[in-house]
Design a protein around this ligand. Structure first.
Ligand SMILES: Cc1cc2nc3c(=O)[nH]c(=O)nc-3n(C[C@H](O)[C@H](O)[C@H](O)COP(=O)(O)OP(=O)(O)OC[C@H]3O[C@@H](n4cnc5c(N)ncnc54)[C@H](O)[C@@H]3O)c2cc1C
Length: 363
Protein backbone atom coordinates (compact mmCIF):
# COMPACT_ATOMS: atom_id res chain seq x y z
CA UNK A 1 0.00 0.00 0.00
CA UNK A 2 1.32 3.45 -0.87
CA UNK A 3 1.53 6.03 1.83
CA UNK A 4 -0.20 9.21 0.79
CA UNK A 5 -0.07 12.58 2.55
CA UNK A 6 -2.92 14.92 1.62
CA UNK A 7 -2.28 18.58 2.37
CA UNK A 8 -5.57 20.25 3.32
CA UNK A 9 -8.74 18.88 4.93
CA UNK A 10 -11.33 21.00 3.13
CA UNK A 11 -13.87 19.35 0.84
CA UNK A 12 -11.13 18.46 -1.67
CA UNK A 13 -8.78 16.76 0.79
CA UNK A 14 -11.56 15.08 2.78
CA UNK A 15 -13.37 13.68 -0.27
CA UNK A 16 -10.16 12.42 -1.83
CA UNK A 17 -9.06 10.85 1.47
CA UNK A 18 -12.38 9.00 1.65
CA UNK A 19 -12.02 7.78 -1.94
CA UNK A 20 -8.44 6.60 -1.37
CA UNK A 21 -8.77 5.15 2.09
CA UNK A 22 -8.81 1.39 2.16
CA UNK A 23 -6.63 1.28 -0.97
CA UNK A 24 -3.77 3.35 0.47
CA UNK A 25 -2.43 4.51 3.82
CA UNK A 26 -3.67 8.08 4.01
CA UNK A 27 -2.69 10.92 6.33
CA UNK A 28 -4.41 14.29 5.98
CA UNK A 29 -2.30 17.20 7.19
CA UNK A 30 -4.40 20.29 7.95
CA UNK A 31 -2.99 23.66 8.98
CA UNK A 32 -6.01 24.76 10.99
CA UNK A 33 -7.26 23.19 14.21
CA UNK A 34 -10.66 22.68 12.54
CA UNK A 35 -11.06 21.09 9.08
CA UNK A 36 -13.41 23.01 6.79
CA UNK A 37 -12.50 26.40 8.22
CA UNK A 38 -11.70 28.03 4.86
CA UNK A 39 -13.63 27.89 1.52
CA UNK A 40 -15.53 24.72 2.43
CA UNK A 41 -17.13 26.27 5.50
CA UNK A 42 -18.08 29.48 3.68
CA UNK A 43 -19.94 28.34 0.58
CA UNK A 44 -23.43 29.25 -0.62
CA UNK A 45 -24.23 25.53 -0.56
CA UNK A 46 -25.95 25.01 -3.86
CA UNK A 47 -25.75 22.44 -6.64
CA UNK A 48 -26.43 23.80 -10.10
CA UNK A 49 -25.57 22.03 -13.29
CA UNK A 50 -25.16 25.28 -15.20
CA UNK A 51 -22.71 26.75 -12.67
CA UNK A 52 -19.02 26.89 -13.54
CA UNK A 53 -19.23 26.38 -17.31
CA UNK A 54 -19.81 23.49 -19.71
CA UNK A 55 -16.59 21.66 -18.82
CA UNK A 56 -17.53 21.64 -15.13
CA UNK A 57 -21.04 20.37 -15.87
CA UNK A 58 -20.00 16.70 -16.34
CA UNK A 59 -18.42 16.67 -12.86
CA UNK A 60 -21.52 18.28 -11.36
CA UNK A 61 -23.87 15.94 -13.24
CA UNK A 62 -21.99 12.81 -12.22
CA UNK A 63 -21.83 13.88 -8.57
CA UNK A 64 -25.61 14.19 -8.26
CA UNK A 65 -26.56 10.50 -7.87
CA UNK A 66 -24.21 10.07 -4.89
CA UNK A 67 -25.31 13.35 -3.29
CA UNK A 68 -29.00 12.54 -3.74
CA UNK A 69 -28.74 8.90 -2.66
CA UNK A 70 -27.02 9.90 0.58
CA UNK A 71 -29.46 12.67 1.44
CA UNK A 72 -27.14 15.64 0.85
CA UNK A 73 -29.43 17.44 -1.64
CA UNK A 74 -32.69 19.26 -0.97
CA UNK A 75 -34.84 20.66 -3.79
CA UNK A 76 -34.42 24.40 -4.32
CA UNK A 77 -34.74 25.27 -8.02
CA UNK A 78 -33.10 28.31 -9.54
CA UNK A 79 -34.19 31.22 -11.68
CA UNK A 80 -31.68 32.98 -13.90
CA UNK A 81 -33.07 36.50 -13.99
CA UNK A 82 -32.47 39.27 -16.53
CA UNK A 83 -33.56 42.76 -17.41
CA UNK A 84 -33.41 43.86 -21.04
CA UNK A 85 -29.60 44.23 -20.88
CA UNK A 86 -29.10 40.69 -19.65
CA UNK A 87 -31.58 38.96 -21.91
CA UNK A 88 -29.00 37.81 -24.47
CA UNK A 89 -27.14 36.12 -21.61
CA UNK A 90 -30.12 33.88 -20.98
CA UNK A 91 -30.10 32.77 -24.62
CA UNK A 92 -26.35 32.15 -24.39
CA UNK A 93 -26.83 30.10 -21.21
CA UNK A 94 -29.40 27.85 -22.89
CA UNK A 95 -27.12 27.39 -25.89
CA UNK A 96 -24.17 26.53 -23.63
CA UNK A 97 -26.07 23.88 -21.67
CA UNK A 98 -28.28 21.95 -24.08
CA UNK A 99 -28.44 18.99 -21.67
CA UNK A 100 -29.57 21.05 -18.65
CA UNK A 101 -33.29 21.75 -18.21
CA UNK A 102 -33.58 25.54 -18.59
CA UNK A 103 -37.14 26.74 -19.25
CA UNK A 104 -37.98 30.34 -20.28
CA UNK A 105 -40.19 32.27 -17.85
CA UNK A 106 -42.22 35.35 -18.77
CA UNK A 107 -42.97 38.31 -16.50
CA UNK A 108 -46.16 36.72 -15.10
CA UNK A 109 -44.31 33.54 -14.14
CA UNK A 110 -41.49 35.57 -12.59
CA UNK A 111 -43.95 37.64 -10.52
CA UNK A 112 -45.55 34.43 -9.25
CA UNK A 113 -42.18 33.01 -8.21
CA UNK A 114 -40.56 36.21 -6.84
CA UNK A 115 -42.94 38.33 -4.72
CA UNK A 116 -42.25 42.05 -4.91
CA UNK A 117 -40.27 41.81 -8.16
CA UNK A 118 -39.53 45.29 -9.45
CA UNK A 119 -40.37 46.41 -12.99
CA UNK A 120 -37.85 45.71 -15.73
CA UNK A 121 -36.95 42.18 -14.69
CA UNK A 122 -38.99 40.61 -17.42
CA UNK A 123 -36.92 37.64 -18.51
CA UNK A 124 -36.02 34.44 -16.75
CA UNK A 125 -34.93 30.86 -17.14
CA UNK A 126 -36.03 28.26 -14.63
CA UNK A 127 -33.49 25.60 -13.66
CA UNK A 128 -35.69 23.25 -11.63
CA UNK A 129 -32.96 20.72 -10.84
CA UNK A 130 -30.90 23.19 -8.76
CA UNK A 131 -30.63 21.98 -5.15
CA UNK A 132 -29.29 22.99 -1.75
CA UNK A 133 -26.33 20.91 -0.53
CA UNK A 134 -25.77 19.94 3.10
CA UNK A 135 -22.12 20.99 2.97
CA UNK A 136 -21.25 20.34 6.62
CA UNK A 137 -22.94 16.93 6.45
CA UNK A 138 -21.07 15.98 3.28
CA UNK A 139 -17.71 17.11 4.65
CA UNK A 140 -18.28 15.25 7.93
CA UNK A 141 -19.37 12.16 5.99
CA UNK A 142 -16.12 12.12 4.00
CA UNK A 143 -13.95 12.63 7.08
CA UNK A 144 -15.81 9.87 8.94
CA UNK A 145 -15.53 7.47 6.02
CA UNK A 146 -11.80 8.20 5.66
CA UNK A 147 -11.26 7.62 9.38
CA UNK A 148 -13.29 4.41 9.36
CA UNK A 149 -11.02 3.12 6.59
CA UNK A 150 -7.91 3.88 8.60
CA UNK A 151 -6.98 7.38 7.37
CA UNK A 152 -5.48 9.75 9.91
CA UNK A 153 -6.32 13.45 10.21
CA UNK A 154 -3.66 15.61 11.83
CA UNK A 155 -4.74 19.18 12.59
CA UNK A 156 -2.53 22.19 13.42
CA UNK A 157 -0.16 20.53 10.95
CA UNK A 158 0.54 23.24 8.39
CA UNK A 159 3.08 22.07 5.84
CA UNK A 160 6.24 24.11 6.27
CA UNK A 161 8.35 22.37 3.66
CA UNK A 162 8.91 19.01 1.99
CA UNK A 163 11.77 17.39 0.13
CA UNK A 164 11.83 14.28 -1.99
CA UNK A 165 14.66 11.87 -1.34
CA UNK A 166 14.95 8.18 -2.19
CA UNK A 167 11.48 8.15 -3.74
CA UNK A 168 9.82 9.43 -0.54
CA UNK A 169 8.56 12.79 0.65
CA UNK A 170 9.96 14.03 3.95
CA UNK A 171 7.42 16.51 5.17
CA UNK A 172 7.93 19.11 7.85
CA UNK A 173 4.75 20.41 9.51
CA UNK A 174 3.74 22.46 12.50
CA UNK A 175 2.89 19.15 14.20
CA UNK A 176 6.07 17.27 13.42
CA UNK A 177 7.57 15.23 10.60
CA UNK A 178 5.82 12.84 8.23
CA UNK A 179 6.91 10.66 5.37
CA UNK A 180 4.93 9.56 2.33
CA UNK A 181 5.36 8.10 -1.13
CA UNK A 182 2.93 10.59 -2.66
CA UNK A 183 2.07 14.12 -1.60
CA UNK A 184 -1.33 15.51 -2.65
CA UNK A 185 -1.76 19.26 -2.87
CA UNK A 186 -5.38 19.90 -1.82
CA UNK A 187 -4.60 23.20 -0.13
CA UNK A 188 -7.27 25.35 -1.83
CA UNK A 189 -6.14 28.98 -1.94
CA UNK A 190 -2.69 27.87 -0.79
CA UNK A 191 -2.18 25.27 -3.55
CA UNK A 192 0.56 27.21 -5.33
CA UNK A 193 2.22 28.13 -2.05
CA UNK A 194 2.29 24.48 -0.96
CA UNK A 195 3.84 23.48 -4.30
CA UNK A 196 6.54 26.12 -3.84
CA UNK A 197 7.23 24.85 -0.30
CA UNK A 198 7.77 21.40 -1.82
CA UNK A 199 10.25 22.86 -4.29
CA UNK A 200 7.78 22.48 -7.18
CA UNK A 201 6.68 25.03 -9.73
CA UNK A 202 3.31 26.73 -9.10
CA UNK A 203 0.58 26.56 -11.76
CA UNK A 204 -0.88 30.04 -11.34
CA UNK A 205 -3.84 29.01 -9.14
CA UNK A 206 -5.25 32.32 -7.90
CA UNK A 207 -7.66 32.93 -5.00
CA UNK A 208 -10.56 35.38 -5.46
CA UNK A 209 -12.69 36.68 -2.62
CA UNK A 210 -16.45 36.15 -2.64
CA UNK A 211 -18.83 37.67 -0.10
CA UNK A 212 -22.14 36.55 1.37
CA UNK A 213 -24.46 38.48 3.69
CA UNK A 214 -27.29 37.00 5.69
CA UNK A 215 -30.14 39.53 5.77
CA UNK A 216 -33.34 39.93 7.72
CA UNK A 217 -35.86 41.22 5.23
CA UNK A 218 -39.45 42.43 5.35
CA UNK A 219 -41.48 40.65 4.14
CA UNK A 220 -39.57 37.52 5.14
CA UNK A 221 -38.11 35.59 2.23
CA UNK A 222 -40.46 32.75 1.30
CA UNK A 223 -39.01 29.36 2.26
CA UNK A 224 -39.73 28.03 -1.22
CA UNK A 225 -38.06 30.92 -3.05
CA UNK A 226 -35.70 29.49 -5.67
CA UNK A 227 -32.07 30.57 -5.90
CA UNK A 228 -32.23 33.79 -7.92
CA UNK A 229 -29.15 34.31 -10.08
CA UNK A 230 -28.55 37.46 -12.10
CA UNK A 231 -27.81 36.64 -15.74
CA UNK A 232 -25.12 39.35 -15.67
CA UNK A 233 -23.50 37.83 -12.56
CA UNK A 234 -24.07 40.87 -10.30
CA UNK A 235 -25.93 39.05 -7.52
CA UNK A 236 -27.51 35.85 -6.35
CA UNK A 237 -29.77 35.25 -3.38
CA UNK A 238 -31.63 32.38 -1.76
CA UNK A 239 -33.75 31.97 1.37
CA UNK A 240 -32.36 30.76 4.66
CA UNK A 241 -34.20 29.47 7.74
CA UNK A 242 -36.62 31.88 9.44
CA UNK A 243 -37.34 34.05 6.38
CA UNK A 244 -33.77 35.24 6.12
CA UNK A 245 -31.87 35.69 2.91
CA UNK A 246 -28.35 34.78 1.79
CA UNK A 247 -27.18 37.39 -0.69
CA UNK A 248 -23.95 37.65 -2.67
CA UNK A 249 -22.84 40.44 -5.02
CA UNK A 250 -20.94 37.72 -6.93
CA UNK A 251 -17.75 39.66 -6.23
CA UNK A 252 -14.52 38.21 -7.44
CA UNK A 253 -11.58 40.17 -6.03
CA UNK A 254 -8.07 38.81 -6.46
CA UNK A 255 -6.56 38.09 -3.04
CA UNK A 256 -3.52 36.62 -1.40
CA UNK A 257 -4.29 33.29 0.31
CA UNK A 258 -5.58 34.32 3.76
CA UNK A 259 -8.37 34.07 6.29
CA UNK A 260 -10.37 36.64 4.35
CA UNK A 261 -13.12 38.86 5.71
CA UNK A 262 -15.94 40.68 3.93
CA UNK A 263 -15.43 44.31 2.86
CA UNK A 264 -18.18 46.81 3.76
CA UNK A 265 -18.27 48.03 0.16
CA UNK A 266 -19.15 44.55 -1.11
CA UNK A 267 -21.96 44.20 1.44
CA UNK A 268 -23.31 47.64 0.51
CA UNK A 269 -23.10 46.78 -3.18
CA UNK A 270 -24.96 43.52 -2.63
CA UNK A 271 -27.78 45.26 -0.71
CA UNK A 272 -28.03 47.99 -3.34
CA UNK A 273 -28.32 45.39 -6.09
CA UNK A 274 -30.99 43.46 -4.17
CA UNK A 275 -33.02 46.62 -3.75
CA UNK A 276 -33.05 47.13 -7.49
CA UNK A 277 -34.65 43.71 -7.91
CA UNK A 278 -37.30 43.38 -5.18
CA UNK A 279 -39.23 45.85 -3.05
CA UNK A 280 -38.35 44.11 0.24
CA UNK A 281 -37.04 46.19 3.14
CA UNK A 282 -33.61 45.16 4.42
CA UNK A 283 -33.98 45.26 8.22
CA UNK A 284 -30.55 44.00 9.23
CA UNK A 285 -27.36 42.43 8.00
CA UNK A 286 -27.27 39.65 10.58
CA UNK A 287 -24.12 37.88 9.43
CA UNK A 288 -21.54 38.35 6.72
CA UNK A 289 -18.58 36.35 5.58
CA UNK A 290 -16.21 35.93 2.68
CA UNK A 291 -14.21 33.04 1.34
CA UNK A 292 -11.68 32.41 -1.37
CA UNK A 293 -12.55 30.63 -4.60
CA UNK A 294 -9.37 29.45 -6.27
CA UNK A 295 -9.04 29.19 -10.02
CA UNK A 296 -6.37 27.87 -12.36
CA UNK A 297 -5.72 30.18 -15.32
CA UNK A 298 -8.34 28.38 -17.50
CA UNK A 299 -10.82 28.13 -14.59
CA UNK A 300 -10.87 24.33 -14.73
CA UNK A 301 -9.77 22.24 -11.76
CA UNK A 302 -6.40 20.51 -11.70
CA UNK A 303 -6.38 16.78 -10.94
CA UNK A 304 -3.32 14.67 -11.60
CA UNK A 305 0.37 14.02 -11.13
CA UNK A 306 2.79 16.81 -11.93
CA UNK A 307 4.75 15.51 -14.93
CA UNK A 308 7.82 17.46 -13.74
CA UNK A 309 7.69 16.33 -10.11
CA UNK A 310 7.59 12.63 -9.22
CA UNK A 311 5.11 11.82 -6.47
CA UNK A 312 3.45 15.26 -6.49
CA UNK A 313 -0.30 15.14 -7.19
CA UNK A 314 -2.47 18.23 -7.74
CA UNK A 315 -6.07 18.28 -6.47
CA UNK A 316 -6.76 21.99 -6.58
CA UNK A 317 -8.45 24.87 -8.41
CA UNK A 318 -11.99 23.89 -7.33
CA UNK A 319 -13.21 27.45 -7.92
CA UNK A 320 -16.88 28.02 -7.11
CA UNK A 321 -17.90 24.41 -7.71
CA UNK A 322 -15.80 22.34 -5.30
CA UNK A 323 -18.74 21.13 -3.24
CA UNK A 324 -21.13 20.21 -6.02
CA UNK A 325 -18.40 18.34 -7.93
CA UNK A 326 -16.77 16.63 -4.93
CA UNK A 327 -18.07 13.05 -5.37
CA UNK A 328 -17.10 12.70 -9.03
CA UNK A 329 -13.88 14.66 -8.62
CA UNK A 330 -12.74 12.55 -5.68
CA UNK A 331 -13.46 9.27 -7.45
CA UNK A 332 -11.64 10.47 -10.57
CA UNK A 333 -8.75 11.79 -8.47
CA UNK A 334 -8.39 8.47 -6.64
CA UNK A 335 -8.39 6.56 -9.93
CA UNK A 336 -5.72 8.83 -11.42
CA UNK A 337 -3.64 8.58 -8.29
CA UNK A 338 -3.85 4.80 -7.95
CA UNK A 339 -3.66 4.09 -11.69
CA UNK A 340 -7.13 2.51 -11.72
CA UNK A 341 -9.49 2.48 -14.72
CA UNK A 342 -12.64 4.59 -14.85
CA UNK A 343 -15.77 3.02 -13.37
CA UNK A 344 -19.49 3.61 -13.81
CA UNK A 345 -19.30 6.93 -11.93
CA UNK A 346 -16.42 8.37 -13.98
CA UNK A 347 -16.76 6.67 -17.38
CA UNK A 348 -18.26 9.77 -19.01
CA UNK A 349 -15.55 12.10 -17.66
CA UNK A 350 -12.57 13.24 -19.72
CA UNK A 351 -9.70 13.38 -17.21
CA UNK A 352 -7.37 15.02 -19.75
CA UNK A 353 -9.38 18.26 -19.45
CA UNK A 354 -8.23 18.59 -15.85
CA UNK A 355 -4.67 17.26 -16.15
CA UNK A 356 -1.90 19.57 -14.89
CA UNK A 357 0.14 18.76 -18.00
CA UNK A 358 -1.94 21.37 -19.84
CA UNK A 359 0.12 24.03 -18.05
CA UNK A 360 3.44 22.32 -18.75
CA UNK A 361 3.67 22.40 -22.53
CA UNK A 362 6.85 24.49 -22.27
CA UNK A 363 8.74 23.05 -19.30
C1 LIG B 1 -18.68 32.49 -0.83
C2 LIG B 1 -18.48 31.16 -1.52
C3 LIG B 1 -19.58 30.50 -2.05
C4 LIG B 1 -19.43 29.24 -2.64
N1 LIG B 1 -20.55 28.57 -3.05
C5 LIG B 1 -20.42 27.32 -3.56
C6 LIG B 1 -21.57 26.58 -3.92
O1 LIG B 1 -22.71 27.03 -3.75
N2 LIG B 1 -21.39 25.32 -4.44
C7 LIG B 1 -20.14 24.79 -4.62
O2 LIG B 1 -20.02 23.66 -5.12
N3 LIG B 1 -19.03 25.48 -4.27
C8 LIG B 1 -19.15 26.73 -3.75
N4 LIG B 1 -18.03 27.43 -3.38
C9 LIG B 1 -16.71 26.85 -3.67
C10 LIG B 1 -16.31 25.81 -2.66
O3 LIG B 1 -16.50 26.32 -1.35
C11 LIG B 1 -14.82 25.46 -2.89
O4 LIG B 1 -14.62 25.09 -4.25
C12 LIG B 1 -14.38 24.31 -2.01
O5 LIG B 1 -14.74 24.52 -0.68
C13 LIG B 1 -12.87 24.14 -2.13
O6 LIG B 1 -12.47 23.14 -1.23
P1 LIG B 1 -10.93 22.96 -0.91
O7 LIG B 1 -10.81 21.79 0.00
O8 LIG B 1 -10.17 22.96 -2.19
O9 LIG B 1 -10.50 24.30 -0.18
P2 LIG B 1 -10.57 24.72 1.41
O10 LIG B 1 -11.89 24.39 1.97
O11 LIG B 1 -10.14 26.13 1.45
O12 LIG B 1 -9.52 23.75 2.04
C14 LIG B 1 -8.14 23.91 1.85
C15 LIG B 1 -7.50 23.52 3.16
O13 LIG B 1 -6.06 23.49 3.02
C16 LIG B 1 -5.52 23.92 4.24
N5 LIG B 1 -4.14 24.36 4.04
C17 LIG B 1 -3.69 25.46 3.38
N6 LIG B 1 -2.34 25.55 3.43
C18 LIG B 1 -1.93 24.47 4.14
C19 LIG B 1 -0.66 24.00 4.54
N7 LIG B 1 0.47 24.66 4.23
N8 LIG B 1 -0.58 22.86 5.27
C20 LIG B 1 -1.71 22.16 5.60
N9 LIG B 1 -2.94 22.58 5.24
C21 LIG B 1 -3.06 23.71 4.52
C22 LIG B 1 -6.43 25.05 4.68
O14 LIG B 1 -6.31 25.30 6.07
C23 LIG B 1 -7.79 24.51 4.27
O15 LIG B 1 -8.44 23.83 5.33
C24 LIG B 1 -18.14 28.67 -2.77
C25 LIG B 1 -17.04 29.33 -2.24
C26 LIG B 1 -17.20 30.56 -1.61
C27 LIG B 1 -16.01 31.23 -1.02
Amino acid sequence: MSEIAIIGAGMAGASLAAALSGAARVTILEAESQPGYHATGRSAAFWSESYGGPLIQPLTRDSAPFLAANGFLAPRGAIHLADSSGRARLDALRAEFPAVPLEPLDRAALEAAIPGLKPGWDHGLAEPTCADIDVAGLHAFYLARARANGARLVTDAGLLGAVRAGGRWRIETGAGRHEADILVDAAGAWADEVAARCGERPLGIAPYRRTIAQLRVDPPAPADLPLIIDADAHFYFKPEAGGRLWLSPQDETLSAPCDCAPEEIDIAMAVDRLQRVVDWRVEAVERKWAGLRSFAPDRLPVYGFDARAPGFFWFAGQGGFGIQTAPAAARLGAQLLLGLPHDALTERLDASLYAPVRFMRHP
